[in-house]
Design a protein around this ligand. Structure first.
Ligand SMILES: *Cc1c(COP(=O)(O)O)cnc(C)c1O
Length: 488
């Protein structure tokens, strides 16, 4: 299988090359040149496998240049770091209502699903392509990616990693998680600005040829760990298929029965991986794209207009506070083709806006529907869900669960809500939702202890262990200073 750019051009790469490179020469994102099929016999085979085996099996369809035995070794190692078995369980919430829990990894957010395996894929890619230089991973994060990437890449051979985050755009816990990161090859830097400033800064660095030459002379090649990298996206296809198979094995659905997935969305990476599973043949009726108050995607799915000229809000679900959903470009590629996608992306960078054609919107709306939950709705969803089911959910999951419940009520469809973070990662907001105050002063971790006391649930070990860890990275810089901080 070969990888091509969403914006066309002649660049054609193997998956190892695409994973090493991150972004295409013309600024486009890499996509597979065809989509493999989820056949009946493959379904039967997967149904008898555990998660790591399913992951290796599905990844091998896309990463055809990788050795399948090595893929299985890597998947086993990656998903052994999770505190549940299976690592991504599908839990029944009520009749026709399910939660796909993706937060049982070492950093308690769904990014672990990809970032525990991706460094292993990159490490192999460097060997497979005979790379002698050090891969320098650049990450812009709105919180969860940064920690998950640091944790995934720390002390991996042949790799350095630098993470940029918006100084006021992440939670205290996220900040503490990143600033205390261990590892000899890691660096963390706060940026004055919002997530888009950090992400655009990283994109500019990638696009700056002169700067890249300078780094190369010093023995480094730049690559990304953001969800624009194919190595991030591919592992995310797995849990959609795996969750469907689990529902089938649980007797909740018949073979071939359609289900819906409701996904709390920011950069559009998670939900796009689901779309690829659907294109492989997974019986999905609809993807519900759930946004918070930054509802640019809701508007897009309703009107076909993507317009980032709007106010940016900081919400209680910061990992979704995004105005440029980079992976939407990949969906445009499949629906509108490379030329029109190129054109839309050009308009977006020049005017901050584009409008797709009517028939393109119609095509997209056959499978996607958008909806958003405001701040009050998010908090009240956490409260009612806890009261009604005893289940504690985080702010991001709550944004989606509210949309899922509304959609299910209107349609009667079975809906799997994708749960993307542990409630403990956003403990202060969850406590507010439950009308509880934070008592005592046990530092940044006070809300976690309080939440644990109040709900009689346990703090996940990776968060509890933050207590007393030394801060290694502090201070903030302007976005203009990002390239220099890299050379330092
Ligand atoms: C990253 C993240 C999201 C958004 O996922 P995208 O792939 O960027 O759409 C949602 N929830 C949480 C908790 C996240 O960390």
């Amino acid at each position: 299988m070969k990888y091509i750019s969403t914006r066309g051009g002649i660049e054609t790469l193997s998956s190892a090359q695409a994973i090493k490179k991150g972004i295409a020469n013309n600024g486009g994102l890499f996509v597979p040149d065809h989509i493999p099929l989820l056949t009946d016999s493959l379904f039967d085979k997967l149904a008898k496998m555990d998660y790591a085996e399913r992951a290796a099996e599905i990844l091998s369809l896309f990463l055809t240049d990788y050795d399948k035995t090595e893929l299985l070794i890597d998947c086993r190692a990656a998903y052994a770091n999770f505190d549940t078995n299976p690592p991504a369980p599908t839990v029944k919430m009520g009749e026709g209502k399910y939660m796909l829990e993706l937060f049982h990894g070492p950093t308690c957010a769904f990014k672990d699903m990809a970032l525990q395996i991706m460094p292993r894929l990159l490490s192999r890619a460097l060997k497979m392509t005979g790379e002698k230089k050090t891969a320098y991973i650049l990450v812009a994060t709105s919180g969860d990616t940064g920690k998950a990437a640091l944790e995934g890449y720390r002390d991996v051979d042949g790799v350095r990693i630098k993470v940029f985050y918006p100084v006021d755009g992440v939670s205290d816990i996220q900040k503490l998680q990143m600033s205390t990161q261990q590892g000899s090859n890691v660096s963390v830097q706060a940026i004055e600005g919002n997530f888009d400033d950090a992400q655009n800064g990283v994109k500019r660095i990638f696009a700056d040829k002169e700067f890249n030459d300078k780094l190369r002379e010093q023995g480094y090649i730049l690559t990304s760990a953001n969800s624009i990298n194919w190595g991030r996206l591919a592992p995310q296809i797995v849990y959609y298929i795996s969750s469907y198979i689990d529902l089938y094995n649980m007797g909740e659905i018949k073979r071939g029965e359609q289900v819906c997935f409701c996904v709390p969305t920011g950069n559009f990476g998670n939900i796009f991986a689901g779309y690829l599973a659907y294109r492989m043949g997974l019986p999905v009726k609809r993807f519900i794209c759930a946004s918070n108050k930054n509802n640019i995607l809701t508007d897009f799915f309703n009107t076909g207009v993507y317009d980032r000229n709007r106010e940016f809000y900081q919400t209680s679900s910061p990992s979704m506070d995004i105005l440029i959903s980079s992976n939407l470009e990949r969906l445009l590629f499949y629906v509108c083709g490379k030329d029109r996608t190129s054109n839309y992306m050009k308009q977006l960078s020049e005017t901050g806006r584009y409008e797709i054609a009517e028939q393109e919107l119609e095509e997209i709306r056959k499978i996607f529907v958008g909806g958003y939950t405001d701040e009050d709705g998010t908090l009240s969803e956490i409260k009612t869900t806890f009261q009604d089911t005893g289940k504690l959910i985080d702010t991001h999951t709550a944004v989606a669960y509210r949309q899922a419940e509304q959609y299910a009520e209107e349609t009667g469809d079975k809906v799997v809500t994708v749960s993307t973070a542990s409630p403990y990662k956003f403990a202060a907001s969850v406590l507010t939702a439950l009308n509880k105050k934070v008592k005592g002063s046990r530092g940044v971790l006070s809300p976690l202890y309080e939440l644990s006391d109040q709900t009689k649930t346990a703090i996940p070990a990776p968060l509890a262990s933050l207590q007393g860890k030394a801060v290694r990275f502090s201070g903030s810089i302007s976005k203009e200073a990002m390239p220099d901080s890299l050379l330092d």
